[in-house]
Design a protein. Sequence first.
Length: 254
Amino acid sequence: MRHLLILNPNTDSTLTQKLVLRATTLLPENTTISSTTANFGARYIACRASLAIAAHATLDTFARTSKDNPLIAKPDTTVLIACFGDPGLAALQDIASCTVTGMAQASLQACQKKGGRTGIITGGTAWKPMIEELVTAAGFSSAIAGIRTLPDSGEHASKCPETTLQALREQACDLITSDHADHILLAGAGLAGLNSALSPLLPVPVYCSFTESITHIAHSPCEQKRSKPAPLITTGLSAPLANLLAHPCTEKYC
């Protein structure tokens, strides 16, 4: 049986619960779900500083969770980092003994398989350069039509659905007419589910980054570790994270 761990690097546990409920309706019956929320960092990641802190929080949260429940680290587990910035993704992929993906990586892979070019909309103006850097580094640039942001972060946007929907429609129309986007991706945990309301207002499909991530995970095999990173001696980290870094990827199949 496959297991999904939703790791929320934001510190908002209410958001985590909402994502778990949404994932439950999307995954096949043979998949179990658990969740964990960062215990330090920003309530909602919205700038470079909060994203940098969230990378540390992602590693620490996984270390604490796998210490309390060793089954989490088994090869049939997939960890989803529930933030479109994918904080700590490459590092956790390196040291964890299970499959790890991020909301940006998984949803953009899903959109790429649909063909055409994706227009991305998210909440918070600070996200535009960060997403531009992310898609370039991850090799998705050729599949991206353009990126637009709302003035408010996804956390605040989700609390004003009518105003947010109008703003999303305006940005989406601009992506379609100016950048010739073939479909729209609403990026970020805070905008999860708003694609249902936006889709009837546009002439192209609208996707949700969280939904696309879950669907992509459900149809992708668990990865097998091929290499084992060297142990790392650290100072000042939590005991679970220090232990994980000192004994990374300890499963025998690594």
